[in-house]
Design a protein around this ligand. Structure first.
Ligand SMILES: Cc1cc2nc3c(=O)[nH]c(=O)nc-3n(C[C@H](O)[C@H](O)[C@H](O)COP(=O)(O)OP(=O)(O)OC[C@H]3O[C@@H](n4cnc5c(N)ncnc54)[C@H](O)[C@@H]3O)c2cc1C
Length: 424
């Protein structure tokens, strides 16, 4: 059958180079380096409209601010309010002032934001996926009504405190503890330290995971800054970061911070609570980092077409340069398709956490690897922050590290493949 199909083809066989020229000049579908597998055709009209709104906001309002924000480690909290006005926060959540869009649509928002900067996306992901997503999934009706509408508007800012100075990849060993408050009836008293917490210095409500002293089980608490007397809650910023400088990161020090019983998640116990929040955020990261990679590709392509070396040829004429671009474009396309597939399965209720580990790990690793190689195209100019590529490379190291470092996701996948636990 295959042979006869070849025989009926009237077109003469062309050498490869000519054939590809022939293909490019034919009418009909054309290759687009910006979306080579036409992933747009996998999206609904609503998703395309949401992505366009997010892209427009990010390019018009965030792109002009990022260089100075990154240089000065100066995160403007008003950004979350601007995003809230456009309905970009907690966009895939139902009710409470949220848009009720699909998981893929929320992913497209993270991609648009991360096309500008992973730090801006981190601030948004913490607010949307970790804090709003966590309250939506585990909160009481009162907690949802009290916090979600203001978080959706970006008028209340959230942080998610899981990592501790001595326990990162192994949060089950956390030391932060919650016990009945010695003087305030109906309150818990929280003590302990969290570190590397995005948004903590500016957060009004901090979702803190702590072990309940009576049971030794991990529980989730909504700590409200306004209700903490001086000395019971400190959130110093961690300055002089080498990456994610356009976001704000800090610690959380709790010393007998009073939290009403009504602010504890009522049912979820153990690591299921924080891990279910992380699942949603990790999905967003898998799509977000594709935005950082796509921006790296676009910058490297433009540079390669403009920069001339040897007999006035543009760098883009050279095969080694083309291979770097081809590898990056391929990984961006594969990663985007994979994330869309996992998003669809998530909305159908058919996704499992290992799928999210797979796309989070693969897309973060591929984005970091490719951005690092594309950086070489800029030669010495890569060292100047004005070209933007060094910022993406530095940021992508963090995306590969937080919310489960890639090797930890390998262990999650390895356990699922072999049935054997390799963490300890
Ligand atoms: C800018 C930034 C923002 C962050 N924001 C937040 C936030 O908002 N909320 C929050 O809770 N956390 C946040 N984090 C923390 C982040 O999630 C942790 O840094 C991450 O989980 C890794 O933990 P760790 O740094 O303690 O590294 P470690 O756990 O000490 O790991 C160090 C290295 O050892 C490897 N390793 C560890 N255990 C094993 C093992 N069993 N087998 C093989 N290799 C292993 C890891 O893969 C890693 O490469 C943030 C971090 C950064 C840098």
């Amino acid at each position: 059958m295959f042979r006869s199909a070849v025989r009926v083809c009237a077109r003469p066989v062309l050498p490869l180079q000519q054939a590809s020229r022939h293909f490019a000049s034919a009418t009909g579908p054309q290759f687009s380096w910006e979306d080579p597998l036409n992933t747009k055709s996998l999206l609904t009209e609503d998703e395309i409209a949401i992505a366009e709104t997010a892209e427009r906001y990010c390019q018009e309002r965030l792109q002009p601010r990022v260089l100075e924000a990154y240089r000065n480690e100066d995160y403007d909290p008003k950004i979350l309010e601007e995003m809230g006005e456009l309905g970009l926060l907690g966009a895939n959540l139902e009710g409470y002032g949220c848009a009720g869009a699909s998981t893929v649509a929320a992913g497209l928002i993270t991609r648009a934001v991360e096309r500008v900067d992973s730090g801006y996306r981190s601030g948004m992901s913490v607010q949307s996926s970790l804090v709003m997503g966590g309250i939506h999934e585990h909160g009481t009706e009162e907690q949802k009504e009290k916090f979600l509408p203001e978080l959706a508007k970006g008028k209340l800012l959230g942080a998610f405190g899981l990592t501790e100075p001595n326990h990162g990849s192994d949060p089950g060993s956390m030391e932060t503890v919650a016990k009945p408050h010695p003087t305030k009836k109906g309150y818990y008293s929280l003590s302990g330290s969290k570190t590397w917490i995005t948004n903590s210095p500016i957060a009004d409500v901090l979702m803190v995971w702590a072990k309940l002293q009576e049971t030794g089980k991990i529980r989730g608490f909504l700590v409200e800054r306004k209700d903490c007397p001086p000395g019971t809650l400190e959130t110093p910023a961690i300055k002089n970061k080498t990456a994610l400088r356009a976001s704000i990161t800090g610690m959380i020090h709790l010393d007998g911070a009073p939290v009403p019983e009504a602010n504890m998640f009522p049912h979820v116990e153990g690591l299921t609570g924080p891990f279910s929040c992380l699942n949603s955020a990790r999905y967003g990261i898998s799509m977000g980092v594709m935005g950082a990679l796509e921006d790296s590709i676009s910058r490297a392509r433009t540079y390669a077409l403009e920069r001339r070396q040897f007999k006035g040829n543009p760098l883009a004429k050279y095969q080694l340069i083309q291979k770097k671009l081809a590898d990056a474009v391929t990984d961006a396309a594969y990663g985007t398709v994979a994330s869309i597939q996992v998003g669809r399965l998530k909305d159908e209720g058919n996704a499992v956490p290992e799928m999210i580990s797979l796309v989070k790990r693969q897309n973060c690793d591929a984005a970091l690897r490719n951005a690092r190689i594309l950086q070489e195209i800029f030669g010495g100019n890569a060292t100047s922050d004005e070209y933007g590529i060094g910022r993406h490379v530095a940021n992508l190291f963090v995306t590969q590290t937080y919310e489960g470092q890639s090797d930890i996701h390998s262990l999650i996948l390895g356990r699922a493949i072999t049935g054997v636990q390799a963490f300890v």
